[in-house]
Design a protein around this ligand. Sequence first.
Ligand SMILES: C[S@@+](CC[C@H](N)C(=O)[O-])C[C@H]1O[C@@H](n2cnc3c(N)ncnc32)[C@H](O)[C@@H]1O
Length: 344
Amino acid sequence: MTSTVAPVTPIPLMELTTGFWKFKALAAAVDIGLFAAVHRRGEATAADLVADLGLEPRPLRMLLGSCTALGLLDKDGRGYRNAPPAAEFLVPGGERYFGGFVQYSDRHAYPAWGRLQEALRTNAPTTWDASTQDSAFVAETSSAILENFWDAMFSISSFTADALADAHDFGRHRRLLDVGGGMGPFPVGLCRRYPHLRATVYDLPHIAAKARAKVEGLGLSDRITAHGGDFLADAEFPAGHDVVLLSMILHDWDEPTSRAILRKCHAALPSGGAVIICELVLDDDETGPLPAAMMGLNMLVETRGGHNWTDGEYRDWLTGAGFGDIRTVPMRAAGANAAIIAVK
Ligand SMILES: C[S@@+](CC[C@H](N)C(=O)[O-])C[C@H]1O[C@@H](n2cnc3c(N)ncnc32)[C@H](O)[C@@H]1O
């Protein structure tokens, strides 16, 4: 009998090894303004783009070929158009512009991942200096990171907010407290979807100021406010909310800190109030899913004690903080694969 088992080949290893080529092609295309230039013309030839971008024909030809093969451009005859993912998310100016995350990853995460072995040996982050700062989020963080990071989070989390609005019925809640809410992508998305809902972004004072400006620019200041504070140092969280959200917060911190945050969420809620943890949650056997495992490794280079924790760990901490009726609702988003919802 002939064997039907496929031979082992190095092809998957080649794909893994050269994965960064794809990322850098995307990052360079965003950075030099390729998708914006194609968008301005609607359809552009290579000659148009040589003129618009000031590149030599040879490298541009290579970049156009790569972006077309990657599914970012469509080619018809000699003309290039933005393919749907690029048209939708990579043209600057749109509220859901994803290029902020691409640029943050290119400028800050990519060099830090270049020092992954060092992070593995020292168990210390490489995106910021843990010998002089308490966390990546303090105002002392380089202004370049400050400029990019929260925009990047807004672009990813706008999509997660939509997925959460589908996964959980906010019709039963009146007032949301978004702990570490950044510039407010969840309050914005959820308040738009649920017209009765009001929300507070609770973040460090310099970020709360950014959230206030963002919310005002989107015309939602009458329903969304921003509260400057420190969820580690503050003894109590802002009161008057019946649902508390922790999106991509607990993965930044170690277990004792995460448990302390959950206890403060519990204290801030009325009986019957809910807490929602939105994360790329790791399976209990820690074999995947891949995005959660890789985000976990990203927490090594980005944080001092963070990790993408398992469903079981979150449930254990929620129970320890006094919550019950815990449900894990699967979600499909770039920034989260589940919402873990618990009730006081
Ligand atoms: C990974 S971001 C998540 C942002 C947002 N929740 C989202 O999902 O898009 C972590 C957030 O926690 C905030 N943060 C970090 N330390 C904080 C602290 N001690 N007090 C309040 N907010 C803090 C950061 O400023 C940042 O906005």
